[in-house]
Ligand binder design. Structure first.
Ligand SMILES: *Cc1c(COP(=O)(O)O)cnc(C)c1O
Length: 460
């Protein structure tokens, strides 16, 4: 191995970012504001206050401040697992025989196994600062619930997690990790909430969805004194916190004067991708530099590539604010694919606007080809990747193979968001040849689109 660039580019503890970067400050076309579903007017901080923590609302609504200080308490927690390594994928390059130079930012380096801890600790901190008793949330694959449980344990907050039923059943060990950190975990939809009971009545035997679980968690937060709801993706505040991923990646690359040509991330609600690309996209928006950005989503839940850009509910129960985003409709329940973290029907409104304005590309990939990439990567680089992350691996490999065909030495950066130890049932299905590649038909999607609210200005 002829290494001018080390296999891992390390930053020191002192180089953990001191500020988050708010990408919206550099966007000419700002993401559309959240709307009150009753009045169809932009939501004010006062209206959001019963649902979210105060400081997080301020961050949510702030589209002008480019840099926001990271409180010392949060930076102290970040030191437990950050800076996250930036790896030059020499072994993967060799296995592919590509002239491309591949880098990945590895965020699975903590017990929760994903990047979600970056925002969980920030949200728990602001809840604590506000003097709250606890927080409620949903979790799909379980990574967000685990991250939030860890963060709540650190700040001594109560944590109530509504876990999508299919994951609750497929991943009992994930649930036990959450309970180890003191969280209360309920399979969703449940009979505990009004909205859960309604959903169960309408869809008996449903395995749930993130949208259902969000509705339940919001209901519990707004009906219990001293509780607020926190969300692990989609929102602007989450993208803000996740900017540590991109800021660190860029600092590491800058040390060696490396500039990526292509930046790739998987996209569920858009938080890791939004965080990874943030400082690079900022340069592109300011006209300083150009990069190609690629969002990768499952073909079974294709929000960007087949969704509509419209105002829609973030949850199945239709109790949350309306967000303008690429959406499959809040009633869309994707087939039970194995990338639980990518099963959300919508997408961050910031990324949706950027995609709509042509700053970013998107592609959808099929499950089996994702697991082929995951296995190839595991054998080459050693890390056993999460199914979600493996969507990015699939696209990175595809781009590197293209370089092999054309002889181009492109530099590719991708986000390796987490590890897949709790996804071994999915790996087992893949190894046994029992994995399916269900792709929704246009008629399937139409059912979801029919549920998108119709009002003047929301044509799609
Ligand atoms: C949640 C999750 C994702 C997708 O969420 P985004 O908000 O789109 O980043 C990706 N990878 C892993 C490992 C996750 O846990």
């Amino acid at each position: 191995m002829n290494q001018e660039i080390p296999y891992k580019i390390y930053l020191s503890e002192d180089e953990i970012p001191k500020q988050w970067y708010n990408l919206r400050a550099d966007m000419k076309n700002k993401p559309a504001p959240l709307l009150n579903p009753g009045t169809l007017k932009p939501l004010t901080a006062e209206e959001l206050a019963p649902i979210f923590c105060e400081e997080l609302i301020a961050q949510e609504l702030d589209e002008t401040t480019p840099y926001i200080d990271i409180p010392t308490e949060i930076r102290d927690f970040y030191k437990m697992y950050r800076p996250a390594p930036l790896v030059r994928a020499y072994y993967l390059e060799k296995a592919l025989g590509t002239p491309a130079k591949i880098y990945y930012k590895f965020e699975g380096n903590n017990t929760s196994g994903s990047h979600k801890l970056n925002s969980a600790i920030a949200q728990a901190y602001y809840a604590k600062k506000q003097g709250l008793k606890g927080v409620t949330t949903e979790t799909g694959a379980g990574q967000w619930g685990t991250a939030l449980s860890m963060a709540c344990a650190y700040f001594d907050l109560d944590c109530k997690v509504y876990m999508v039923k299919v994951s609750y059943e497929q991943k009992p060990f994930r649930r036990e990790v959450m309970r180890t950190y003191g969280a209360n975990v309920t399979p969703s939809p449940s009979m505990d909430t009004e909205v859960g009971r309604k959903i169960l009545e309408a869809h008996p035997g449903t395995t749930g969805s993130l949208g259902c679980a969000i509705s339940e968690a919001v209901e519990v937060a707004t009906h219990n004194e001293g509780y607020r709801y926190v969300l692990g993706s989609v929102l602007n505040q989450v993208l803000l916190h996740q900017s540590v991923i991109g800021l660190e990646a860029k600092a590491a690359l800058d040390k060696y004067g490396i500039s990526p040509d292509i930046i790739i991330g998987c996209a569920g609600g858009g938080s890791n991708l939004g965080g990874l690309i943030a400082p690079f996209m900022g340069e592109k928006l300011r006209g300083e530099k150009d990069y190609r950005f690629i969002a990768v989503e499952p073909a079974s839940c294709p929000s960007f590539t087949r969704g509509k850009f419209a105002y829609d509910f973030c949850d199945t129960g239709m109790i949350c604010p309306l967000a303008k985003m690429y959406t499959l409709g809040s009633g869309f329940i994707p087939s039970a694919n194995h990338a639980g973290g990518l099963r959300f029907h919508g997408m961050s409104s910031t990324l949706s606007q950027l995609y709509h304005d042509g700053y970013m590309e998107a592609r959808a990939v099929e499950q089996t080809s994702v697991f082929e990439a995951a296995e190839f990567f595991a054998r080459a680089e050693g890390i056993l990747p999460a199914p979600e992350s493996s969507h990015a691996i699939r696209a990175a490999i595809d781009e590197a193979v293209k370089c092999k065909e054309t002889g181009e030495e492109k530099t590719i950066l991708f986000g390796l968001t987490g590890t897949g130890y709790f996804d071994m049932i999915a790996y087992e299905k893949f190894h046994d040849g029992n994995m399916t590649d269900y792709i929704p038909t246009d008629a399937d999607l139409q059912v979801g689109f029919d549920g998108i609210p119709k009002f003047p200005g929301n044509e799609f």
